[in-house]
Design a protein around this ligand. Structure first.
Ligand code: FES
Length: 195
C-alpha cells in the first residue's frame, strides 16, 4: 500500500518534470572524457579576457533497447561502471516522468542504493495507480518517487535518489550521466576509475 502522502495532483507532477538535465553539474574525473571549451569573462575593469575551461563528461553507455522493455518490468543495469554501488534500476513506468525518455517520456533509471545510508532497494519497485516508487528502504523506510527525479516522499533520507541521465539513439537507450552522488562514493567517476 503506498502511503497517502505521496499523492499529488497532476499539475504539480507536470511542473516537477520541467527540470532539464542540462541544469545538472556533471562530476569531473580522470576516467571521463574531457574537452576544452573557450570562454570569455570580464574582469573588475570590464575588460574581456579569454579563458579555456576544461569540461568533463561521463562516458556514454548503452544500457538497454526500447524494444526489450515492458511497462512496470524493471531491469538491472550498471552505470557508469561495474564497480561499487553502481547497480541501478531501469524501468518503463507507463506514466511520464521527470527525466523520462522515449516516446512517452516514461523510461527512467535510478541508483539502487538509498541516499540515506545505502540501503539496498532492489526488488522494491511498486506501481500503484499513477504512482511509481522505489522503496520502502529496508533500513529506515525511505520511499522515493520515480516520476519526480527520485524525490524523497517518506522516511529518513534527505536527498533524492541519484538519477541516471538517459538518451534514446535510434532504439538504443544510452546512459550519459548521473544526477547526484552515488552512495559510498566521493566522486561517481573517480571512484570507478580506482576500482
Ligand atoms: S538507508 Fe535507506 S532509509 Fe536509511
Amino acid at each position: 500500500m503506498i502511503p497517502t502522502n505521496i499523492a499529488m495532483d497532476a499539475e504539480n507532477k507536470k511542473a516537477s518534470c520541467l527540470m532539464n538535465r542540462r541544469q545538472f553539474l556533471l562530476n569531473s574525473s580522470k576516467a571521463a572524457v574531457a574537452s576544452l571549451v573557450p570562454l570569455v569573462v570580464y574582469n573588475q575593469a570590464g575588460e574581456a579576457q579569454s579563458l579555456t575551461a576544461k569540461m568533463v563528461k561521463y562516458p556514454n553507455k548503452q544500457v538497454a533497447n526500447v524494444n526489450n522493455l515492458r511497462v512496470n518490468e524493471p531491469i538491472n543495469i550498471h552505470y557508469p561502471d561495474e564497480g561499487v554501488n553502481t547497480a541501478s534500476i531501469l524501468v518503463k513506468l507507463g506514466v511520464s516522468a521527470g527525466g523520462g525518455v522515449g516516446s512517452e517520456a516514461d523510461i527512467v533509471a535510478f541508483s539502487y542504493y538509498c541516499s540515506h545510508q545505502g540501503g539496498p532497494l532492489q526488488g522494491t519497485y511498486k506501481a500503484v495507480d499513477g504512482h511509481r516508487v522505489l522503496g520502502p528502504c529496508p533500513f529506515h523506510l525511505s520511499l522515493f518517487d520515480l516520476t519526480r527525479h527520485g524525490i524523497l516522499v517518506a522516511g529518513q533520507a534527505y536527498q533524492s535518489l541519484p538519477q541516471i541521465v538517459l538518451e534514446i539513439q535510434n532504439e538504443a537507450i544510452i546512459a550519459t550521466g548521473i544526477m547526484g552522488l552515488l552512495f559510498g562514493r566521493t566522486d561517481n567517476l573517480i571512484a570507478s576509475a580506482g576500482g
